[in-house]
Every structure is written in C-alpha cells, then in structure tokens.
Design a protein around this ligand. Structure first.
Ligand SMILES: Nc1ncnc2c1ncn2[C@@H]1O[C@H](COP(=O)(O)OP(=O)(O)OP(=O)(O)O)[C@@H](O)[C@H]1O
Ligand SMILES: [Mg+2]
Length: 399
C-alpha cells in the first residue's frame, strides 16, 4: 500500500524546492537589473566626460594651431624677435602638442571604456529579459504543479479518509459479530442447554412421577417458544429478511410495530413520494441508521413520540428521525467517541461511504433529530455495478 504520509512529505518538499528556485531566479533578475542601472549611470557619466574631452581636444587643437602659427611668424621674422622669444614660442607650441596628444589619448581610452560599457549594458539587458522569461515559466510550472499537487493532496486526503473509513467499517463489523456471539451465548445457547437438561428431567419424570410430566412439558414448550423468539430477534437484527423481500418501508413498519409493542413509545412513519427499488447496501444502511436511532431513543431520550419521515426523491432519499426526548450535546458526544460501534459516528461513516449527508441536530431539553440524505444514482453513491435489490454484504447465510 502507498504510504500516503511519505508521499505528502515528498509533494511538500517538491513544492518548496520549486518555490525556492523561483525566488532565486527573481533575486538573480534583481541583481542584473541593479547592475544594469549602475552601468547605465556610469555610461552616461563617461559619455559626458567624453563630450567634455572632445571640447578640450578642440580647444587644444585650436591653441596648438595658434602656437604653431605664432612660432612660424617669429621664426620667419627672426630679426625683429629675440632668440629668447623664438625659443619660448617653440616651447609653447611643443607644450600644446604634448597636451593635445595626451588629451587625444585620454579620449581614445574613454571611448574604449564607453564601448565596453555599452556592450555590458546589452548583455545585462539580455540577462534581464531571459530571467524574466524564466520567472514567468517557473511561475507557470509552479501554478501547474500547485494545481496538480493540490489535486494529489486532496486525493491523498480522500485516500486517507477511505482507509480510516474502511478500518472503522471492519471494526464495526467485528464489534457486531462480538455482539451477536454474546447474544447467542447468553440467550439461545443457554436456553438450549437448559432444554436438554429439562428433557432429561422429563424422561426421569416419566418413570417416577408421570403426573408432573405434563406440567414440565408445558414449561419446556414455553422455554422453546421463548428461545425461538430470541433466535428470530437475533436473525432480524442481523438482517431483517423482510428488508430484501418487502423493501425498506414495509420492513420498517414491521420493525416499528414491534418497537411500539416492546417499549410503549408512539412512533409515526411518514412516507413522501413513491418507494422505488434501491440497491441492497443502501437499504441496509438506511435501515440500520433508523434502527440505531430508535435504539438510542429507547436507551437515552425518554421520549414519548417519534416521527420517522422518509422522502423518495428522483435521485435522492431523505430520512429524518425525530424524537421529543431530552436531547443531548451533539458536538461533545461526537468529539469524544470513536466510531468503533454502530453509534452516531458509525452511522455518519456508513452514510458518508455512500456519498450521503448525515447530521444530528439536538440540544439538551430540545429533542433530537437524525437527518440523512443519500444519492440513489449509482454514479453518485459509488454503487456502480450493484443491481437493485442485490446483496453485496455477504457472509450472512443463515441456512
Ligand atoms: N435520541 C437521543 N436522545 C438523547 N441522547 C442521545 C440520543 N441519541 C444519542 N444520544 C446520546 O449520544 C450518545 C452517543 O450515542 P451513540 O449511539 O453514538 O453511542 P451509544 O449509544 O452510547 O453506544 P453504541 O451505539 O455504540 O452502543 C449516547 O450515549 C447518548 O448520550
Ligand atoms: Mg447508540
């Protein structure tokens, strides 16, 4: 069997990893963007610097040209200029030339730097674009994954629920068997042992006191009759045969008749709509819930009146069992008991297994209402392939 807890852990881990990747991608994109902004600023500064230098080079070129002109003039007209003046003009021209050359060199370096920055900028732009695309992709992957994981998660949840349900159904069956075994042991089995003893006693009486025999046989017959009643009751509790032969409502009427006789509580049955044939598991589940509700009423409610309402709709069957008894705190009771027997929680589980709804409404002093609603279409209640009136519960051959 699949270990659902492990599976769930793996799923959660996967989700975390994917989410973390997205975060890292986002951070990568962010740092590329910061770098891009920084480079852009630097490029602007460099461009400004280049513009400045171009102007400086221009000015220097002019100054150099002028210095050369001046040098040419002084050297052409050297009679009117002292050697000193010529030398100064020469030095001036030389200085300007050096200045110019160095500025040009500076300009060249700056242009190289600018080109480099522009290339970087382009690369960064591409990186940003790529990271954005990747983030979008991962986002999509995450979305798809999340959806699927959610689906898987809820599937797992359902599986776990079914596992628990299956278990508690098995436990409930086991509980039921124990109860039946106890009932047979305490009732009919003991009576039969008793009957054998008394039959032996009758045999003896035949010889020693035939007059007493008649009386003893009567009481023996009475014992046999009571035992037979016990056995019938046990059989009826196991599976009311009328349920299969007659259907839900007639079987219920029979059960209620007996109930009124035994416990003196007034019970009314209201049927809305026309009863139609239902798959056996559904009929049994509904009958059991009503039966258990009636047992609870007899045991705890101190009620004088009970109303059982059964509503046959096109695709659903709704049932309400209402008593006018003492009521109880439903939440408290449901919270503290586990569904081991066919108590309220067991009822709820059986009805949920059939994809139905189950509810108990009660509060102290207000009476109690057990309400259930089960879909009758096989595609909805999971009883696909179970023919109407067919037995699937099995294991109850009493012949
Ligand atoms: N109709 C009712 N009126 C008053 N109290 C009720 C009624 N139905 C249930 N209860 C209360 O709810 C409790 C739980 O009922 P539930 O049928 O789940 O268990 P149980 O009858 O005690 O045990 P089990 O059904 O397993 O033999 C009962 O013990 C009782 O206190
Ligand atoms: Mg009960």
């Amino acid at each position: 069997m699949v270990n659902v807890e492990n599976l769930e852990r793996v799923i959660q881990k996967t989700r975390r990893v994917v989410e973390k990747s997205k975060e890292q991608l986002y951070q990568l994109g962010e740092s590329a963007r910061t770098e891009y902004e920084r480079t852009k600023h630097e490029l602007e500064a460099v461009k400004k610097e280049i513009a400045g230098i171009i102007k400086e080079v221009d000015d220097l070129e002019k100054a150099y040209a002028q210095a050369r002109r001046h040098l040419m003039e002084v050297s052409r007209d050297f009679k009117r200029h002292s050697e000193e003046q010529i030398k100064r003009a020469y030095e001036e021209a030389n200085k300007k030339q050096i200045e110019l050359l160095s500025k040009r060199e500076q300009e060249k370096l700056l242009r190289l730097h600018r080109d480099h920055l522009e290339r970087n900028l382009k690369n960064l732009e591409a990186t940003i674009k790529r990271s954005e695309e990747l983030i979008a992709n991962v986002g999509m992957v995450l979305k798809i994954l999340s959806n699927d994981l959610d689906a898987i998660s809820s599937q797992i949840g359902e599986m776990q629920q079914m596992q628990a349900l299956g278990l508690s159904v098995i436990m409930a069956q086991e509980e039921e068997r124990k109860r039946v075994a106890r009932e047979i042991h305490d009732g009919p089995a003991q009576s039969l042992a008793n009957i054998v003893m008394r039959a032996e006693f009758c045999l003896k009486l035949m010889e020693v006191n035939p007059a007493m025999l008649r009386e003893e046989l009567y009481s023996l017959m009475d014992l046999v009759r009571r035992s037979l009643q016990d056995v019938r009751k046990i059989i009826f509790d196991l599976r009311p045969m009328s349920l299969d032969d007659l259907g839900l409502v007639p079987a219920l009427k029979r059960y209620v008749e007996q109930y009124i006789n035994d416990h003196g509580i007034y019970v009314e049955i209201i049927v809305v709509g026309k009863e139609y044939e239902l798959p056996s598991p559904l009929v049994v589940a509904i009958f059991r819930v009503i039966q258990e509700s009636m047992t609870n009423i007899r045991k705890y409610a101190r009620a004088t009146e009970v109303l059982i309402k059964i509503e046959f709709l096109k695709n659903r069957i709704n049932v309400v069992v209402r008593d006018n008894g003492c009521g109880f705190d439903v939440e408290k009771v449901m919270a503290e008991k586990s569904g081991s027997a066919f108590g309220l929680i067991g009822m709820r589980e059986r009805i949920q297994l059939l994809k139905g709804k189950f509810e108990v409404k009660s509060s102290p002093g207000q009476g109690t209402e057990v309400i259930l609603s089960v879909p009758t279409a096989p595609e909805e209640n999971g009883l696909v392939g179970v023919r109407r009136g067919e037995h699937v519960t099995g294991g109850q051959k009493t012949n």
